[in-house]
Design a protein around this ligand. Sequence first.
Ligand code: ADP
Ligand code: ZN
Length: 750
Amino acid sequence: MLRGSVKNRSPMPRIARVIVEVTRDREFDYLVPERIDHEIEIGSMVVVPFGRSEARGYVVGFKESSEYKGLKEIRERVGKKAMVEEKTLDLARWIADYYVAPVELAVRTVLPSAVRKKGAGFKERLLVFPTAEALNIAAVELLRKHAPKQAAVLDVLLTGKQMFLNHLARAASTTTAAVRSLEKKGFVQIGRGAMRRDPLANQQILRTEPLKLMPQQTDALALVIKAIDTMNPSVVLIYGVTGSGKTEIYLQAIQHATDQGKGAIVLVPEIALTPQTMERFRARFGDCVAILHSALSDGERHDEWHRVHEGKASIAIGARSALFAPVKNLGLIVVDEEHEPTYKQEDAPRYNARDVAVMRGRMEKCAVVLGTATPALETYANAKSGKYGLAVMPHRVDHQKMPVVNIVDMRVEAEREGHVNVFSRDLIQAVQARLDKGEQTMLFLNRRGYATSIVCPRCGYVAECEHCSVAMTYHRATEELICHICGVTRKVPQVCPNEKCRDKSFKFAGFGTQRVEGVVAKCFPHARVCRMDSDTTKNKGSHGTILGDFRTGKIDILIGTQMIAKGLHFPNVTLVGVLFADMSLHMPDFRAAERTFQLITQVAGRAGRGEIPGEVIVQTFTPFHPAIQAARRLDFGQFYDQEIEYRRELSYPPFSRVVCMTLRGPVEELVQLTGQHFVKALQPLLTKHVIVAGPAPAPLARAKGEYRYQIILRAPLTKLMAEPLRKVLKDFKWPDKVAFSVDVDALSLM
Ligand code: ADP
Ligand code: ZN
């Protein structure tokens, strides 16, 4: 070693690979200038010259030489600390590869926008605090005489403890100069500092202690702890009925991880991310818990993210994107309700947070727990084959019996009545019985599919949107049909539009939540009824208000969509009615049966969580369908055994992986032709293990005035499809009027 050589590196400037935020799927080479060389590392946010202006980007790696000549230099670095750790970038690269998505979209995904945005930082903010002098009445009175504006500022400040300088000035309708004068006079202090924006700041949360576990919980926890403590941790599936005590296991497993100085991430579906859920974690672990989800303000999200980044919070809880929280020394990832389709992102990269969680677990050697009452078929297959550990918890903690599920055959009902009613006699009687006893009822209607459509009760005609080829939904308040895809509205026809039919009862034939509400009001004029769906919960907070009223017994009957299906706990609900169970069963999708089973099981979980056992009434036109029959016994095992055979026969997941490519555009022939060209380009790169279907019109053949075609690929391994797809996509010439998307492990084939 030569003494005197200060730095042990080549005299040539380094070359950095940079992902620029404004472009798609490319890394660019830039020179790292000597003056900032020591500041640039992987994950650094930088400003680079780009085209005629400049752009921001992230350094994702370095290279020795570049095939390009005349490289430009990085201008400067933004921020002090690397925002993305190398392992997070590795995960982003994996996502891009696996889900056939542009790298820079994947990088964006792992880094929340609240952190990326300029000015979202807390560093440059100035805080104002009152001093003791501000409480000196005589001094303040004097100030009021000589400088009333400044006194007004003081009044505003004293309503709280501290305020941001700019907020304070704005709130007191003055300038920051007035606040500065107050500082000179000694009434306030101005300091650099971050005021934490805490999503749960206004709540008093009582600490809880770990509960003494039931035997089934003890076994499950032991399995998880074993996974945390091994060198090569595995995935554990906790398959436990609703109320079996899964959350308590998560809490104690996290405790075990944090006791060893490890961190944890808990993912819950957006819809289950209620204050109740978050409180349970805060109540056990206090400020170590950071909460990350989309309903937070940018500021809150920024602060919570940085608390994790700086190691102040070791536990992150949130929806999908919380998976990328920069938790230090990660020991455990929990994915609650792992079967939930909402874990799948609908825009590129179309990743499934559950599957990426398993991947992150593998990359960071941390245990992964998947919890659910109705495992996804893929997950359960992995557990059965021994790839995942399995803990089964068949009993509720409170030893409550599972509810009784009764199936009502609506065909018989229709025959008897001469037409289709919203409510069967059985259901009417059951609801009446609850009203008489002062117990509560939930009525559940699946919104998706043909849920709220108008079907002619005589000829079966369905009112469809002419642009989107989906059934339109009926809104009674305005007497309109609305397309939920494109938003087009039209008046409800007075008679059935089918010329051969012209039935007059057509306009009353809608099956939507509104219609149900109307019928309920007629059948039970004295009941207090409330409807909860995306229409009645548009305003912030209305969701919570309705649930609060229901909890406190101000509502007898709650009518709702999926929104009321999960996670809620109301002890006085003893009856759940599923009004049209067939709706999800007839979706053109190989997972329709699975979704139906899950939905019925989930809503059944809402019944009888208190002292009184619950009853579930499922109305259906296909009572003998295997999914309905299995749901009747709440028997996941039975459902799995049947369904898995069907999947095996047709080579659907878990026996294959599915990639759904959708092409869309205003000119049908062009969309179809482009699809054909694409398949032609792809075919030579595929092995015989890949099955290609299409291009064919998608089940949702038109949407928003565009034609949609699908190409569906199936293969035993994703790689066999993803690699060829990436190769073809690299050079494929797309006509201007055709857009495309690639959905790897697609959950819905609409
Ligand atoms: P899950 O997540 O499976 O639905 P929870 O963990 O929410 O179940 O448990 C259901 C209820 O039972 C909660 O109110 C919880 O506090 C309580 N509970 C869980 N485990 C125990 C236990 N070992 N002893 C007493 N109560 C428990
Ligand atoms: Zn439409």
